[in-house]
Design a protein around this ligand. Structure first.
Ligand code: FEO
Length: 167
């Protein structure tokens, strides 16, 4: 049995996951517009992953007999200045998401809601992976810069991302 407070927290989180997808779609659109289809591919993959995260939460709530009420999706920022800017914002955003997930884990523990705590462990692990992969891309951008061959190489590498593995 999941409490009303926990259901509300998970519903909010699902909304934030959809917002994340929307945010990354805005980034994909920017990347496509400046001719970097590999970067756009990476952010489109990221968008699909975020929607699947929302789906996991909705599915869990429904399993517990909760009718999920959909919330407004906030408009994402759309003024970006460079590929590095995209990934810096992504890392900053993912850190906020990690903090939200951690708060939900604490809430589940306080409520002695073991099932939700276990379900959220998947998200805890996922956040570690997400932050690490974005930090690695940023490191390359900082190391090689955003010009000429280096940018083409990064664009090619990001273009190889296939869709969300476990998402
Ligand atoms: Fe669903 Fe990027 O966290």
């Amino acid at each position: 049995m999941i409490s009303g407070k926990m259901a509300e927290g998970l519903t909010m989180q699902a909304n934030r996951e959809i917002y994340s997808g929307y945010f990354y779609l805005a980034m994909a659109s920017y990347a496509q517009d400046i001719g970097l289809s590999g970067v756009a591919n990476w952010f489109n993959g990221q968008m699909r992953e975020e929607l699947s995260h929302a789906g996991k939460l909705y599915g869990y709530l429904q399993q517990h007999g909760v009718r999920v009420m959909l919330l407004d999706i906030e408009k994402p920022p759309q003024d970006f200045s460079s590929v590095t800017d995209l990934f810096e914002r992504t890392l900053e955003h993912e850190k906020k998401v990690t903090a939200m997930i951690n708060d939900l884990v604490i809430m589940a523990a306080e409520e002695k809601d073991k099932a939700t705590e276990i379900m959220l462990q998947w998200f805890v692990t996922e956040q570690v992976e997400e932050e690490a992969s974005v930090a690695e891309i940023l490191q390359k951008l900082n190391l090689f810069g955003e010009k000429g061959d280096a940018l083409l190489m990064i664009d090619k590498e990001l273009g190889q991302r296939t869709s969300a593995p476990d998402a």
